[in-house]
Design a protein around this ligand. Structure first.
Ligand SMILES: *Cc1c(COP(=O)(O)O)cnc(C)c1O
Length: 348
């Protein structure tokens, strides 16, 4: 059997998603899902859905949805592509830009899917370590800037901090390839890089409805970039990559700005509560620009993070623990409801 598979695939280990427990009643603060409900208008759509239309393929180019996204960001429909989650978008860009002879750069730690996508493609990775405080190093290695693709998570995951926009501008202007800024958490942050799109033709911005729109279940992500880049990505995507129901739900959600704003404000206020509470318990907490916090329990050794993770898990509260030299001292904790956070804090 083994000989049927490519060597790269046999040797890689694959992406490991956060745990999705089957049991009920678990406080789930491990995969950055939003604890608040999505737009109520979705319910009305689903309850009146004519199942007869499900016989038909969806619009292959998600035209209406792309128009709504384009209007929101004051760009053209031809500047937008949508995907089955932003993971689909990341996959498309990696397939578009990299091969065995090219390289892909990314910061470490950042979203752990990037190197997995590169491995599948057989592309060499240029991993650039962030500084101890999780900032971008002053000197970005030439090999990173020479890569055909540079992936940046901003605000960053799992560290929750953002990077100065000046550094993003610097990377865009010095890079020989495409720079993808993954803005999965930008709606929770002080700023974003949308205004850089007009300036840098090699910039791609990637967004998702999974976090700030409470819609991880419909799998909807999108990218905004120059027409030239989008048209190449269009060739690579699956023909019907976003299903009919997800296209409709996404349209409703993006147009319901009131629910969106309320949701973001609730997360921000709960985030402040979580950070303050953890700091009172002696945790070192990174200033978060996301819907999660990155927090190190008191004490020097990384042992405490793992023990806290296991203690919480035993008491049916799931958070994320990433073993490793830098990340192993911390826990990544999603901002939940006040009730969920109270339970977490009382266990610490
Ligand atoms: C959650 C997340 C994604 C994935 O989003 P989906 O749209 O659910 O696929 C992409 N990038 C980062 C940094 C994320 O944290």
């Amino acid at each position: 059997m083994k000989s049927f598979f490519r060597k790269d695939i046999l040797e890689m280990s694959g992406y490991v998603p956060g745990e999705q427990p089957k049991e009920k009643g678990i406080v789930k603060l491990n995969t950055n899902e939003n604890p608040f409900p999505p737009s109520r208008k979705i319910k009305k759509y689903l309850s009146t859905l004519d199942i007869g239309i499900l016989r038909l393929y969806p619009n292959p180019e998600s035209c209406e949805l792309r128009k709504i996204i384009a209007d929101k960001f004051a760009v053209k429909e031809s500047n937008v592509i949508v995907g089955n989650g932003s993971d689909d978008i990341l996959n498309m860009i990696v397939r578009c830009c990299t091969d065995k002879k090219k390289t892909m750069a990314y910061f470490d730690p950042s979203y752990s899917l990037y190197p997995v996508l590169a491995e599948i493609q057989g592309t060499e990775c240029v991993k650039i370590s962030l500084e101890k405080d999780f900032s971008i190093p002053t000197e970005i290695p030439r090999k990173g800037l020479d890569s055909s693709l540079f992936m940046i998570t901003r605000p960053n995951a799992p560290t929750s901090n953002s990077f100065p926009k000046k550094r993003i501008r610097e990377i865009c202007s010095k890079s020989k390839g495409i720079v993808l800024v993954d803005e999965a958490y930008a709606d929770f942050a002080e700023d974003d890089c949308i205004d850089l799109l007009g300036k840098y033709k090699n910039l791609v911005i990637c967004r998702t409805l999974s976090k700030s729109y409470s819609l991880a279940g419909i799998r909807l992500g999108f990218a905004i970039a120059s027409e030239e880049i989008i048209s190449q990505m269009m060739k690579v995507k699956d023909s019907y990559n976003v299903n009919r129901i997800s296209q409709e739900i996404a349209k409703i959600a993006i147009l319901d700005n009131e629910n969106f704003e309320r949701n973001i404000n609730l997360i921000k206020s709960n985030r402040k509560f979580l950070i303050d509470s953890l700091r009172k318990k002696g945790f070192k907490v990174i200033d978060s620009q996301t819907n999660f916090v990155f927090a190190a329990p008191p004490g020097k050794s990384g042992k405490n993070a793992k023990e806290t993770y296991l203690h919480l898990k035993k008491n049916r509260v799931l958070v994320r623990y990433f073993p490793g030299k830098t990340t192993g001292k911390y826990l990544r904790i999603t901002v939940g409801t006040k009730l969920e956070l109270d339970k977490l804090i009382s266990l610490i």
